[in-house]
Structure formats: structure tokens, C-alpha cells
Design a protein around this ligand. Structure first.
Ligand code: SF4
Length: 329
């Protein structure tokens, strides 16, 4: 293949929406506000959101990330990540006299509540999700006796339930919509009376980012997804791009991870980012591409997003109390 000439049209398709969702925005601001309010250290159980840059930035500001509550010194402040935690984690924190701030995304909490309710009604719950993912561990912990994990269509053959007339499926919030529907289809064949969740468990942000990348996928020779390897929704965007017809797709944390060789013979590059990715990282990728002649940027808009969530209630309470104290002074 000959090298591209200067006349080869080069353009970037930039997905919208991309990057931060309401749950991530809230969780990151919650850590920042907690550091301002209580001072360092604020302990955070697990990566607050699955993004390397975000975690490193918050570490510099005084957050200490731990894997388990047991690592947090007694009496300290601990924040739970956006992915949610099992009730046992709250119990452990209470035993260690930790002050907790729960930054679980409200859309994950919604799935926890569904799990609790269906378990109370004695349903078997088939939770579609990725084994070992923190969100799945948290949701399963709400009703371990009732929940069976189904990690894709290939797991369906082995699924067993107590009563096929009392079974419901729920899911992780950040899955591929298409793959989940495939799994649900296979489950329905096996359990025709399977009930669906009362509303979508795959969240609006995951869905919208997938719709946008699907729209650009067929026109893109290469899709670059900005996101970390442990970010479920970011990894799904790579798969969706390839499924939509992109010739090639890669996940990068930072622009300097892009390989020049990927641009060989490429005239259209699609760019998007996962729900835990700050825009500054996308700016870095766009600058990198622009230096290589990809200056023309077209937005591919799939949806408008205006949803926001208020800060975790423990933090709101303390911020209010501080504001009141200032007024009294
Ligand atoms: S990806 Fe969805 S569920 Fe996860 S934090 Fe964002 S809005 Fe919440």
C-alpha cells in the first residue's frame, strides 16, 4: 500500500455524547468536596470510577484508594465508589466506626432495589453481567441466595432455577445492549415466563454512547475509544464500533498510547470516550490527530443529555451544616 498523499481527505468523527456521565461526575465531585470539607486523607474503597487519570489526580489531592474496608484506619472517612457495594460492606464499615459517604450511582442503586424487591417476592434473579466486576459483586450481595450470574449467552445452558414461573432478569448497567438482548433471548427460550426488569438496567449513558459509536462505526476506518481497560462501558464501545463496521478499534488511556501504525491507509478516524473519562483526555487525542493532518472534526450526535444527580446525602448534610455555621458566625 502506498503512503497517503497530502490530498487524502482526513477527518475525525467525534461522538456525542461521550465521556462523563452524571454518576461519574457526581462521584468525582464528591471526592473533591469531601477533601475540601474534611481535609486529607479521605479513603476511597476501590477506584472511585474506572479511570487511571481520575484516580491519579484525586490521589495527588489527598485521596487514598484501598481495596477493602479493613485497610481503612478506625474512625476515618471512607467513600464507596460509583459501582456500589454489598450490604456487608456497610456493616464492616460500621464495625470499624468509619464515617461513610456512599457515591454509588443512583442508577446502580435502582438495580440493587430491584434485586431486593424480587428476592423478597422469592424470585430467582438472573443477573446478566461480567463475573468479578465490582458492580456485579455489589448487586449480588443484596440477595446472594436468589441471584445467579449469567455472563453472556454461552452461560445460559448451565442456568438452573427453582421455579421457571418465578424468574426475572436484571443486568449490570454498563453492558453492550445488543449482547444483553442476545443473552435475554437465549434465557427466554429456556424460561418462557422470564420477567424483564421494570425499566432498563443498562443506563442511559451506556446506551447513548453505544448509539453514537454505532452511527460512526460504518464510516470509520479506525475508532479510538478513550478509556481504561477495567472500564466496562469503555471496553464495550470498542466492541460496538467493530460490530458496527469499523475496520479497526482500540482503547487508549492517553494519546501517547496511540500507535502511528494504526493510521496506515486511514482517512476517517472515529473518536469517543467512556463514561468515566474526563474531556481533557479526548482533547489530547484530538490534538495528537490534528498534528498528523486530522484537523477536520465532525460531531456525530446521537442524543442530548441533561441528567444530573445531587451529591451523596452524607456530604450534602455536612456541607449544609457548615454553611449554616458560617451564617451564624
Ligand atoms: S455509567 Fe451509568 S450507571 Fe455507571 S455511573 Fe454512569 S450513569 Fe451511573
Amino acid at each position: 500500500m502506498g503512503r497517503m498523499t497530502a490530498t487524502t481527505p482526513r477527518r475525525v468523527l467525534l461522538a456525542a455524547p461521550r465521556g462523563y456521565c452524571a454518576g461519574v461526575d457526581r462521584a468525582v465531585i464528591a471526592v473533591e468536596k469531601a477533601l475540601e470539607q474534611y481535609g486529607s486523607p479521605v479513603y476511597v474503597r476501590h477506584e472511585i470510577v474506572h479511570n487511571k487519570y481520575v484516580v491519579q489526580t484525586l490521589e495527588k489531592k489527598g485521596a487514598i484508594f484501598v481495596e477493602e474496608t479493613a485497610e481503612v484506619p478506625e474512625g476515618s472517612i471512607v467513600m464507596f465508589s460509583a459501582h456500589g457495594v454489598a450490604p456487608t460492606v456497610h456493616e464492616e464499615a460500621a464495625e470499624r466506626k468509619l464515617a461513610t459517604i456512599d457515591a454509588t450511582c443512583p442508577l446502580v442503586t435502582k438495580v440493587h432495589k430491584e434485586a431486593v424487591r424480587f428476592a423478597q417476592d422469592d424470585f430467582d434473579i438472573l443477573l446478566i453481567g461480567h463475573e468479578g466486576h465490582e458492580e456485579v459483586i455489589g448487586t449480588s450481595g443484596e440477595a446472594p441466595e436468589h441471584i445467579t450470574l449469567v455472563d453472556g449467552p454461552e452461560d445460559v445452558a448451565d442456568v438452573e432455577v427453582r421455579d421457571p414461573s418465578k424468574v426475572v432478569w436484571l443486568s449490570q448497567t454498563t453492558l453492550s445492549v445488543d449482547e444483553t438482548m442476545e443473552t435475554v433471548g437465549a434465557l427466554k427460550e429456556k424460561f418462557p415466563l422470564l420477567i424483564s426488569p421494570p425499566s432498563d438496567d443498562i443506563c442511559y449513558a451506556t446506551q447513548n454512547r453505544q448509539i453514537a459509536v454505532k452511527q460512526m462505526g460504518a464510516d470509520a476506518d479506525l475508532v479510538i475509544v478513550v478509556g481504561s481497560k477495567n472500564s466496562s462501558n469503555s471496553v464495550r464501545l470498542v466492541e460496538v464500533a467493530l460490530g458496527a463496521g469499523a475496520n479497526d478499534a482500540h482503547l487508549v488511556d492517553f494519546a501517547d498510547e496511540i500507535d502511528e501504525a494504526w493510521l496506515e491507509g486511514v482517512s476517517t478516524v472515529g473518536v469517543t470516550s467512556g463514561a468515566s473519562v474526563p474531556e481533557v483526555l479526548v482533547d489530547g487525542v484530538l490534538a495528537w490527530l490534528s498534528e498528523r493532518g486530522f484537523e477536520d472534526v465532525e460531531i456525530v450526535k446521537a442524543a442530548e443529555e441533561s441528567i444530573t444527580f445531587s451529591l451523596p446525602k452524607e456530604l450534602r448534610r455536612d456541607l449544609r451544616a457548615e454553611a449554616a455555621a458560617l451564617v451564624e458566625k
